[in-house]
Design a protein around this ligand. Structure first.
Ligand SMILES: NC(=O)C1=CN([C@@H]2O[C@H](COP(=O)(O)OP(=O)(O)OC[C@H]3O[C@@H](n4cnc5c(N)ncnc54)[C@H](OP(=O)(O)O)[C@@H]3O)[C@@H](O)[C@H]2O)C=CC1
Ligand SMILES: Cc1cn([C@H]2C[C@H](O)[C@@H](COP(=O)(O)OP(=O)(O)O[C@H]3O[C@@H](C)C(=O)[C@@H](O)[C@H]3O)O2)c(=O)[nH]c1=O
Length: 291
């Protein structure tokens, strides 16, 4: 692939994709506010101008609770991927799109993993809009791979880990409740970018689950991260009912990377090893953000 376009290039995953694809002959990135891809005509016009052979779509509306009341999430999560797919089909390009564990209801027995052939049935507006994006792609082209990931964290931008670190550092000794009855597979955005690269190089098509091996609860994850950073914390486990949010979240959100394993392409390690590596490489920069 000579010419690669990363959309959402200033976001958490987009930034890591720019890094992982840095040796591409031509590497382009677009993001808000300079380029808005959610309306069809400006989106197709941008792609006509840039002529990418590979599009990696990291652009999305990711504020899960805000999605419940802001219909704009449908433009970014459902319409935008459809425009990219339309252009991909007309121009013989290849589209790698990123989706989410939240397309599933999370009602499988603990601790069964959800595989690509399981039926999606989202319980949040965010999940519904992301599923509509997947379907918009599949209706327009066969030249696509969709990677469903989960509980993403990385060095750039905001995520659950950084939130829990910030709350702790800004309120020394204070107790924070963290839900312990939602389970998932926390995933480092840098490793996901490597999985995207592996899929794109082979132009492997279809849906791929793409998350770390193993699983934990949000409470386990918050504790593991601050322990790894050697930052004292005072987290106390609670139920979803005890930590009320506008959005219902899946209880069992564990993904199994069955398709990538079938093709011998799975790059993910156990979530604890991934987290350790992430902290080794980024602790200094992350702690500096909140000092
Ligand atoms: N974060 C997570 O925990 C998870 C994320 N995912 C998926 O992974 C992908 C990457 O997520 P992540 O990197 O965390 O998300 P971010 O929110 O960090 O990045 C998304 C980027 O897309 C940009 N964007 C939004 N709308 C448009 C638009 N209309 N045109 C162009 N750019 C736009 C955003 O700009 P701005 O910030 O200005 O809005 C932002 O820079 C997304 O598809 C997400 O749904 C899946 C599972 C978990
Ligand atoms: C801040 C905080 C959150 N929580 C809970 C709320 C929620 O159940 C869980 C995670 O909260 P967050 O709002 O950070 O995460 P959330 O926005 O739900 O994360 C999701 O983002 C989207 C984009 C995805 O695609 C998903 O895979 C997933 O990563 O932790 C606590 O229990 N205590 C706290 O202090």
């Amino acid at each position: 692939m000579q010419k690669i376009l990363i959309t959402g290039s200033k976001g958490q995953l987009g930034t890591d994709c720019l890094d992982v694809f840095k040796d591409a002959p031509v590497l382009l990135g677009v993001d808000l506010p300079e380029v808005d891809l959610s309306d069809r005509f400006p989106c197709l016009e941008t792609l006509d101008r840039l002529q990418p052979e590979l599009i990696v779509n990291c652009a999305a509306y990711t504020a899960v609770d805000a999605c419940e009341t802001d219909a704009n999430c449908w433009k970014a999560n459902a319409d935008l991927p459809g425009h990219l797919a339309e252009w991909t089909e007309a121009n013989n390009a290849f589209l790698v799109h990123v989706s989410t564990d939240y397309v599933f209801p999370g009602d499988k027995p603990l601790f069964d993993g959800t595989v690509e052939t399981d039926e999606p049935n989202p319980i949040s507006e965010y999940g519904k809009s992301k599923l509509a994006g997947e379907r918009a792609i599949a209706q327009r082209t066969k030249r696509f791979a969709i990677l469903r990931t989960a509980w993403l964290y990385g060095a750039h931008g905001n995520n659950f880990l950084k939130t829990m670190l910030r709350l702790t550092l800004q309120n020394p000794g204070k107790q924070f409740k963290v839900v312990a009855d939602q389970y998932g597979s926390p995933t480092w955005s840098y490793t996901l970018a490597q999985q995207i690269q592996a899929v794109a190089e082979k132009q492997a098509t279809g849906i791929f689950h793409a998350s770390s091996e193993g699983h934990c609860s949000w409470f386990d994850l918050a504790c593991a991260f601050l322990d790894e950073l050697a930052v004292e914390h005072n987290f106390v486990s609670c139920t979803s009912d005890e930590f009320s949010t506008p959005t219902k979240r899946p209880a069992n959100s564990i993904l199994e990377n069955a398709h990538a394993k079938e093709l011998d392409m799975n790059v993910f390690r156990d979530w604890k090893d991934e987290l350790k590596l992430f902290v080794q490489q980024n602790a200094g920069a992350i702690l500096k953000e909140y000092s």
